[in-house]
Design a protein around this ligand. Structure first.
Ligand SMILES: *Cc1c(COP(=O)(O)O)cnc(C)c1O
Length: 396
């Protein structure tokens, strides 16, 4: 089976992990800090905090920004459930802003309109979590301007986008946001098996996330609120969690980081090759990715001109039967039963729903070969032609 995404592990990644296994620290050693410092440097950020997943990183990012019961957090439906769940963990209320169907990213016009309404109702959001879908940055300058105007904080969910650029700067530079979060799950751009990291330009936010990551405990003498009991002394000052990344994971992440630019380049080359192949096929259009920003192409998404749930089911099922793991990203979050129970229903964000029914994700990862790409496109083309013939026969 050709997967839709897959890690690339070389001998140097394996060696880096083995070295840690033979060392004194499997966790809470120096390698996590090294990985954090390297990612901060890569992004041009002041602080970086690693955790055991992007989901837990999003949670501590919300906690650091004081998201709590009574807070309002907005995100987009076209994402993995973690983008919204992180706010619910804090007891906040979650709402959704529709997407721009061309890019799959948060629609700025929809956001402006929703903010105007919310201002009138005195129900403005405290935090907005835009998602850089498929590795293409949202229009952060405009989100940042609205954040200033309306006074909300911004957490970028850049789970797809480490190694990408926006306005010539690395995603994670946080020019227009408070915190930016990456995922290191194996299908993402670089991996630490499980893992996530938050970057920020605000050292206080980094300290708060660090505290929430590890039980809310500090051993820093400067932060103590009472006199020390002795050299063993530590204080729990907040209700935190155990969301720590291990040094084993950090060593893998650090080794992968050295290959990040290579991964992004090869993903872009593979995407260009797909673009060319699809230019000649009617009825399918690749998701538009701006030439102005460097996308990481976490996902390669194609959209059907005449789409339906039946067509999607037919194509994805048959592709999988042919050994190609096509996928669909994403089921609008609020259509999940858990969110429907919170009061959301069909029709809430029409673009996200129409988008969901028109898109499929086809394989894209650094080790994908040109021959495999040709096979993917040929299979897809034949299935679509077959489907069109069946439809035409039904009509006649
Ligand atoms: C993968 C992903 C997450 C969650 O990442 P984990 O590291 O698996 O917790 C969150 N948001 C988006 C958009 C993702 O793609």
């Amino acid at each position: 089976m050709i997967p839709y995404g897959k890690q690339s592990i070389e001998q140097r990644d394996i060696d880096a992990v083995i070295e840690i296994l033979k060392s004194d620290f499997l966790t809470q050693g120096p390698t996590v800090r090294q990985f954090e410092d390297a990612v901060a440097k890569y992004c041009g950020a002041v602080g970086a905090v690693a955790a055991n997943s992007a989901t837990s990183t999003l949670h501590i990012a919300c906690k650091a920004l004081d998201v709590k019961q009574g807070s309002i957090v907005w995100t987009v439906p076209n994402s993995f459930v973690a983008s919204a769940n992180c706010a619910l963990y804090c007891g906040a209320t979650v709402d959704f802003v529709d997407i721009d169907a061309n890019t799959g990213n948060l629609c700025i016009a929809a956001l402006s309109e929703k903010l105007e309404q919310a201002a009138r109702l005195n129900a403005l959001p405290d935090v907005i979590i835009p998602v850089h879908f498929a590795g293409q940055s949202c229009d952060m300058a405009r989100i940042g301007a609205l954040a200033k105007q309306y006074g909300f904080k911004v957490i970028e969910d850049a789970s797809h986008a480490i190694g990408g650029e926006y306005q010539g700067k690395p995603v994670g530079h946080c020019t227009y946001s408070d915190i930016c979060v990456f995922s290191f799950h194996p299908v993402k751009i670089i991996t630490s098996a499980e893992g996530g990291m938050a970057v920020t330009q605000n050292p206080q936010l980094a300290d708060r996330m660090r505290a929430f990551r590890s039980h809310g405990i500090t051993s820093d003498p400067e932060q103590m609120t009472e006199e020390s009991h002795g050299p063993w002394y530590y204080q729990q000052q907040l209700l935190g969690y155990n969301y720590r990344m291990t040094d084993i994971q950090a060593a893998l992440g650090l080794s992968q980081l050295a290959r990040l630019d290579e991964f992004v380049t090869s993903r872009n080359q593979l995407a260009r090759a797909y673009d060319k192949m699809f230019a000649e096929i009617e009825g399918i259009t690749p998701l538009s990715q701006s030439e102005l920003q460097l996308s990481t192409y976490h996902l390669y998404v194609v959209r059907f001109t005449d789409s339906s749930r039946e067509l999607q089911q037919h194509i994805v099922t048959k592709m999988r039967a042919s050994g190609i793991c096509a996928h669909v990203h994403y089921i609008p979050i609020y259509l999940q039963p858990f969110y429907k129970d919170l009061g959301f229903s069909e029709g809430y964000c029409p673009n996200s729903e129409a988008y969901y029914q028109s898109a499929i994700t086809i394989p894209l990862f650094p080790l994908l070969t040109y021959a495999q790409q040709q096979e993917v496109v040929k299979t897809l083309r034949n299935l679509l032609t077959g489907w069109q013939n069946i439809q035409n026969n039904i009509k006649e």
